[in-house]
Structures are given as structure tokens and as C-alpha cells.
Design a protein around this ligand. Structure first.
Ligand code: KG4
Ligand code: ZN
Length: 336
């Protein structure tokens, strides 16, 4: 089975060809980060325009690199939700037209299911059921992966996503967008215990997260220091932020896995590239006796291979769409 995957939910135009669910034959990613950097975040209108300009070339290159013709494909998978609506519409419209012209099945893929599937591309032996922590720029979820295509959300952020917290703290510290990687780099030379930061508590569901209090505390700390003419050690602050986020994510995930009786824990989403989060989850899993899975670094961010992989499992489960498929900005994984 050979599937083409197309991703355009945010600021990456990506396409990939995946064979037999887990073998990446090609992966092309055209990123717009440089262009959005000057605005300090993704500008939706610009993102849509760039997807429009780039998508044909990106898809052509993915097919060429894989030495696959349209005729040889078994299906065309596309991210249809969630994400920036104008950005998603470019990928969805393109995939619809291509599927119709080539007379191939059109396969709708939820972006977070795609992130989770990046683990299948990294581990040939990983199979559901397992618990997955998904942390990205727009999402922080603890998800029961019941099968390749069935999911249950057991914890979610009440406010900011973990990646959003990294990026907003980084921005206040003067790092360019997206700041998560800069906090990660600075944290390598800092002491995580030098600056005390709050761990916001959440009433109600014990597995839910809250990151806006941490972000506000960091911004206030930086303003106070500036007003008093004190300079905070950036490396220590970065290490403190990283350790706090990693500790909250890990602690909630381990408790959820214990309470729900899972043996395997996986990580996914852009924040899964963070060295502090990877180390914290790995060592907690080792201590508590869980098997731990995380995508290789080049599959952590948005890419087409994860969409092609999840698309393959969707097709096997009979999940396809017709020409009425539309993009959806917000959609729970439980509603797919
Ligand atoms: O999954 P992704 O590429 O896009 C969304 O679906 O949101 O995630 C992007 C997020 C950004 O917030 C980015 O700063 C964060 O992932 N990120 C990191 C690192 N690499 C990417 N955060 C912390 N440390 C990193 N090394
Ligand atoms: Zn993503």
C-alpha cells in the first residue's frame, strides 16, 4: 500500500510518500518560519498564500523523490483538522482535486492523530493500545490510543498549550519565534533550581494541565527585574521553565498511565523535540516500569510522513472522504 500524505495546517507545507504504513519513501517540508519570524508568530493570511504557492512543487517533489507516479498511489491523505482554517483549506482543496483527477481514495487525517502516528514511523513494533502525551504549539493532551483509529482524551490544557508557553516565555526573554528551541538550547547551560517558578494547580480533572500561570509568572519576573535594573540569568530561567514544563507533563502522564493501567507511554507533537521533556519522560518511565516511545527528532514537528502513515491506517479501517470534505479549525479527536 502506497499513500501520499499532505500537511498544511500551520506554517509548514509538507508532503510524503509512505509504503506499507511505516516505510518513508520520501518526505518534503517547506517551512515558512523565516517569513513569520518578523511578526513574532504565524500570520494566518501569509501562511495560506505561501501554501498556495508551494503546494504543487512540494507534492511533485515528494512523488519524484519516491519515484512514484500518481497511478501507483493507493490513496491521498490530507490533514483536514484542526489548524488555521485558511491554511488547512489549501491542503484539503489540493488533495480533493488530486484524488478526483487520479481516481484515488481521499483520506481525511486529524492533525493530532498524525503526530501520534510519527511514533509508528520510528518504532516498527509499536501497536495500540497505549497512552500518548501530545504537546505542540496548539495542543497539550493526554490521549488513550485505543486502536490505530480510535482515541479518548483523558487530559487537556485548560489554557495555553505547552509549546505556546515555551514560545511566549521565549518571546518575553527576547528570543526569536518560535522560541521553544532557544529555551532548550539556553537551558543546557542553566541551573533549573536557581529560579523558583510556580506549578499551577488545576481543580477538577486531575490529568488536565494549565500553563498560563507559569507564562504570566515568567513575564512578571522579567518586568520586575527590568524595573529594578536587575539582570536575570537567561540560562537559569530557561532551565527553570523547561524543567517545570517537563515535570508537569511527565507527572500527569505517568499518573494517568498508572490509573488507567497502561504499560506503554508515547510522546508526540512539536514539544517532543525538547531535550528536557524527552529526558524527564524517559527517566520517569524507566523508574516506574513503563515502556517509553518517542518520535525521532526529525519527525517531531509537522511533516507529511506522519499524515501518510495515519492515512494508511485510516484507509485500512475504511475511513475515506468524498468531494464534500471540508477543513475544520477546531475538532476534538473523539469526534473523528
Ligand atoms: O507540532 P508543531 O510543529 O506545530 C503544532 O502542531 O503546533 O509544534 C510546534 C511547537 C512550537 O511551540 C515550538 O516552539 C515547539 O513545538 N518546539 C519546541 C522545541 N522544538 C519545537 N519546544 C521546546 N523545545 C524544543 N526543542
Ligand atoms: Zn503539529
Amino acid at each position: 500500500m502506497i499513500i501520499l500524505g499532505i500537511e498544511s495546517s500551520c506554517d509548514e507545507t509538507a508532503a510524503s510518500v509512505v509504503k506499507d504504513c511505516r516505510e518513508i519513501r520520501s518526505s518534503v517540508i517547506s517551512t515558512q518560519i523565516e517569513e513569520h519570524r518578523k511578526y513574532g508568530g504565524v500570520v494566518p493570511e501569509i501562511a495560506s498564500r505561501r501554501h498556495c504557492e508551494n503546494i504543487l512543487e512540494v507534492v511533485k517533489k515528494a512523488l519524484d523523490d519516491a519515484r512514484i507516479t500518481l497511478n501507483q498511489l493507493d490513496g491521498i491523505a490530507v490533514t483536514y483538522a484542526p489548524g488555521l482554517i485558511g491554511a488547512l483549506l489549501v491542503g484539503v482543496s489540493f488533495a480533493k482535486a488530486l484524488a478526483m483527477a487520479a481516481e484515488k481514495p481521499l483520506i481525511p487525517v486529524h492533525h493530532i492523530a498524525g503526530h501520534i502516528a510519527s511514533n509508528y514511523l520510528t518504532y516498527s513494533n509499536l501497536e495500540p493500545p497505549y497512552l500518548c502525551l501530545v504537546a505542540s504549539g496548539g495542543h497539550s493532551h493526554i490521549i488513550e490510543v485505543l486502536s490505530y483509529t480510535k482515541f479518548r482524551v483523558v487530559g487537556r490544557t485548560r489554557d495555553d498549550a505547552a509549546g505556546e508557553c515555551f514560545d511566549k516565555c521565549a518571546r518575553a526573554m527576547g528570543f526569536p519565534y518560535p522560541g521553544g528551541i532557544h529555551i532548550d538550547n539556553a537551558a543546557q547551560n542553566g541551573d533549573p533550581r536557581a529560579i523558583k517558578l510556580p506549578r499551577p494547580a488545576v481543580a477538577g480533572n486531575e490529568f488536565d494541565f494549565s500553563f498560563s500561570g507559569l507564562k504570566t509568572a515568567v513575564i512578571n519576573m522579567l518586568h520586575n527585574a527590568e524595573q529594578k535594573g536587575i539582570s536575570l540569568n537567561k540560562n537559569d530561567l530557561a532551565a527553570g521553565i523547561q524543567w517545570t514544563i517537563a515535570d508537569i507533563l511527565t507527572d500527569h502522564t505517568i499518573r494517568a498511565a498508572q490509573s488507567l493501567g497502561y504499560e506503554k507511554i508515547a510522546l508526540a507533537g512539536g514539544v517532543s523535540a525538547n531535550s528536557g521533556v524527552r529526558t524527564a519522560l524517559q527517566s520517569a518511565c524507566q523508574k516506574q516500569g513503563f515502556e517509553c516511545y518517542m518520535p525521532e527528532k526529525n519527525l517531531c514537528g509537522d511533516n507529511g510522513a506522519m499524515i501518510a502513515c495515519q492515512g494508511s491506517y485510516n484507509l485500512l479501517a475504511g475511513i475515506t472522504a468524498d468531494e464534500s470534505l471540508n477543513a475544520v479549525a477546531t475538532l476534538s479527536m473523539e469526534d473523528i
